[in-house]
Every structure is written in C-alpha cells, then in structure tokens.
Design a protein around this ligand. Sequence first.
Ligand code: SAH
Length: 259
Amino acid sequence: MAAFTGGEVYKAEFEPTAYLEYFKFGGGTLGDEFLTFVLKHYCKTFTSGAVTGHTLIDIGSGPTIYQLLSACESFKEIIASDYMDQNCQELLKWLKNEPGAFDWTPVVQHVCELEGDRNKWAEKEGKLRGAIKRVLKCDVHKSNPLDPVVLPPADCLVSSLCLEAACEDQSSYRAALRNISSLLKPGGHLVLSGDLGSSFYMVGPKKFSCLALTEEFLREALSATGFTAETVEVLSRADVAQHDICDFSGMYFIVARKN
Ligand code: SAH
C-alpha cells in the first residue's frame, strides 16, 4: 500500500497536465475504461429528468470537466472546485478557451453521441462554459469545504475520484461526506463516481495514495452520513494487469439523496 499523500503532497507533486493524460479518450488508456463507464451513467442520470435543479457544485473537480458534460443540460449554474490552485488554473484555461488548454473534444463528442447527436459537441462546449459560473478553492476536510466562501445549499453535488484521494481512512471519508453534505439541500442529490479497490494511482512519475473502496463501505458510509442511495452501479474489472499505473478492481457510480 502506498503511504498516504495528503494535501501538501498534492500541492507539491500533482501535475495537472500529467493527470490529464488519462483523459486522452480513445488512446487505449485506463482512462478510456473509466470514462466509458461513468459517462454513460452521467448521461442517464442528468438527461432522464431524475436529477435536475438550479445549482450544482462539483467537489474536487481537478483539471477535468467530463463529469459536468451531461449535468449542464439539467443545471443552470455549476460551481467547480478544487484543493489546488494549479487545477483551478487548468480548468480556467479550458473555460476561457485559451491556447494550451486541454483538448476535451473526443470526450465531448462521445457524450454528445450518448445524448443523441455527436455533431452538437461545439454547442455543448459552449453550454458548459456558460454554465460554470465559478471555480472555487475547496478542502473536504473543512466543515465548510468552500470556506471562506459561503454558498446557499445547492440542489446537487457531484464528486468524482476525489474523496478516495483526499481521505486517509474510512472515518475521515465519512467525515468528508458529512462536510460536503453541508453544501447540499435536504432532498438534494449527491452523484459520486470513482474507482473501487484502488490503493494508488500514478500521475506522471508520481505515486498518489488512494483509499481502497468497496460497494459495501460506500453504502454504509452514505447511510451513516444521512444519505439514501438511489442508484448504485458497479462494474468489476476482469483485467488487473496494469498494476504499475493504478490497481483499481472496478468502478462505481452512485446517485444518493440527502435525507
Ligand atoms: N474530479 C477529478 C479529479 C480527481 S483527482 C476527476 O474526476 O478526474 C483527485 C483530486 O482530489 C485532485 O484534483 C486533488 O486536488 C483533489 N483533492 C485532494 N485533496 C483534497 C481535499 N482535501 N479537498 C478537496 N479536494 C482534494
């Protein structure tokens, strides 16, 4: 098991452009497998009418936007957030369409295809750029993770691959769930996605620790922190050969409701 890599290690060693290598969709990376699974479920969740509202907060966005591509069809205002300035800057680069921004086109096209029309990708990029109103600093270990900013409770929270990276053990994971729950209205939705069974992942040459999750633990932690799981999708991996990059054994996608 890798030694826990906390916030200071993220600030010093997490290189956003190296992380984004996972998201060069179609390149046969481990990221392809993850994106294929989660994007299908994000699409289903946000285009079925089951999860809608005015404001959505993404917790620990990192430098990525894939998790918001379907959500921008059902939410007018999206707030992205991350622990690290470098990630916020990388996101802003894409939002402002600046030279050197990551090219999300293949991912956006895939999502548009899932939603029914691959050709609408440019329109979708414009829509998401218009919907993301703020990019804020966030720390899931704080009782108000967006401190010093205080926001009215949101209709929906999304968080992908963040809590398992930020939390050292199960009790800190539950505490982080409680902290982010304070940003959500009662009855609002929490959409969580990520890897199961993963103890580490590589970002370029750097190794980051991960809290190995199981479906059972996720169900228990959600229920202990005041959520009711409505959808739990799990996909186990047959091939765990690529142990040198990330040792995940499966993927999960959960929609839960705050009691
Ligand atoms: N959500 C993105 C990024 C996941 S990588 C995606 O789906 O790809 C893990 C992210 O967790 C990094 O962006 C890192 O900055 C963030 N993170 C680490 N510690 C954190 C903390 N204490 N609070 C919030 N985010 C944190």
